[in-house]
Design a protein. Structure first.
Length: 145
């Protein structure tokens, strides 16, 4: 019944009201994704334990802060940002490899390889932090796209 009422209402909205409703729906969708990511992260930390000592929990926690703070503000959601990258890489690769399609998961996995290559040249904690986060993003994108 509620869905039927929403459908009726959407047919009577002005274009400005539809735009505002779209913004509200997007914000609600993003909030749900953020809640899912935060809950999933907390569950993983609880499984592994977090003592504040240098270990995987700290790295994941730092990555979580980046993904849901400054990186999201600067680049948007992983789906949007990696979607743009996948589209551009697909266009570029199609010059030599027609019918190549790069997915958002491919982008995450190739970024892992990019960071592995950097780590092979010189160890930096940032490389390992990024590898962990790109791997986590790959799983997230598998589950959401």
């Amino acid at each position: 019944m509620e869905e039927k009422n929403l459908r009726y209402l959407s047919n009577t909205l002005t274009s400005e009201e539809e735009r505002q409703l779209d913004i509200i729906n997007e914000k609600a969708s993003q909030a749900a994704k953020d809640d899912f990511c935060q809950t999933t992260y907390k569950q993983e930390v609880m499984k592994q334990g977090y003592s504040g000592k240098p270990h995987l929990g700290r790295i994941l926690q730092e990555g979580y802060k980046l993904l849901h703070g400054e990186k999201r503000e600067a680049y948007g959601t992983p789906e949007d940002n990696f979607g743009r990258v996948a589209h551009l890489w697909t266009l570029y690769l199609n010059k030599d490899y027609p019918d190549t399609i790069v997915t958002t998961v491919d982008v995450a996995m190739m970024m892992v390889l990019f960071k592995v290559a950097r780590e092979m040249a010189s160890h930096k904690e940032d490389n390992l932090l990024d590898i962990a986060n790109y791997a986590a993003l790959a799983q997230y994108l598998h589950e959401t796209t």
